[in-house]
Design a protein around this ligand. Structure first.
Ligand code: SAM
Length: 255
């Protein structure tokens, strides 16, 4: 369904967008939403023989505030991550870089996930963001990864199913509880939560729309079937066992 998400609109104030994505990052990291995908991501990087990651649509940083710690067992080949976004959030990126002891870096250029510049090389990751793109653009994102011979991993906690949709009002309540703890601290975030609750409302509305737009494993498989020069191994499915079921699509080039 082509409903709009408020935070992705050009007209939405940048500061509010940052407030929304930082709050999302806090709630998902606190709840460990993507913890059940760590092993799958680690295996994907091994298959693609790379330790470089380019995270697209990074928002407030997604899981990269804690994910690099799960790679710390390999001191000889530390992971290097570059956060990117169409609307880069410098303050959030700086915070994630500090938390990761500089394993996570960032680009401040506007990077559209549909046209990733060639100098950003590495395994591409997308967390909670592939549903932003209609099917044709989704296929373009996959095709670009294939054309530039980069691996790609898409992870989506939003799912088009009644349980996920019914649980979304928790985002509204979660924002009220979470906002005082979201960093970097901004007094305006308290105003836009407790005086005029724009942030909880946007998280609620965008959460519902994300679920309605989210692709199923079958739809993701169909997208990979449309790709040209597709000598990739694709894994698609749902990861259960954590707080949330996560839909994933991972593609690695065959050697
Ligand atoms: C729901 S947030 C996800 C943020 C983060 N990945 C996470 O897991 O918390 C979606 C992000 O996608 C970004 N975005 C929307 N359209 C984009 C595009 N065409 N290219 C790159 N980023 C985009 C938005 O600015 C926003 O930061």
């Amino acid at each position: 369904m082509r409903l709009i998400e408020i935070h992705e609109q050009e007209w939405f104030a940048n500061e509010l967008r940052n407030d929304v994505t930082e709050t999302l990052e806090f709630i998902f990291s606190f709840a460990g939403v993507y913890r059940n995908c760590v092993v799958r991501l680690q295996r994907a990087l091994q298959s693609c023989k790379t330790r470089q990651v380019v995270d697209l649509c990074s928002g407030g940083g997604g899981p990269w505030s804690w994910l690099p710690r799960t790679f710390q067992d390999d001191h000889e080949h530390p992971i290097e991550v570059c956060l990117t976004d169409k609307y880069p959030n410098r303050a959030a990126f700086l915070r994630i870089r500090r938390l990761s002891h500089n394993l996570v870096n960032y680009s401040l250029e506007r990077v559209d996930a549909i046209t990733v510049p060639s100098h950003l090389a590495g395994f591409r990751t997308m967390f909670t963001s592939f549903h932003h793109f209609p099917e044709g653009e989704g296929v373009s994102i996959l095709q670009q990864a294939v054309d530039s011979r980069q691996g790609i991993g898409i992870f989506e906690a939003a799912r088009c199913c009644p349980t996920a949709i019914v649980l979304t009002p928790l985002m509204f309540l979660g924002a009220f509880a979470a906002v005082p703890f979201v960093r970097p601290f901004r007094a305006s975030r308290l105003f836009w939560t407790y005086v005029i609750p724009v942030i909880p409302f946007v998280l609620f509305w965008d959460g519902i729309v994300s679920c309605l737009r989210a692709y199923s494993p079958k739809e993701l498989s169909q997208m990979t079937a449309c790709l040209r020069n597709n000598d990739y191994i694709w894994e698609v499915g749902e990861e259960t066992g954590g707080l949330a079921t996560v839909t994933y699509l991972i593609g690695c080039p065959v050697e």
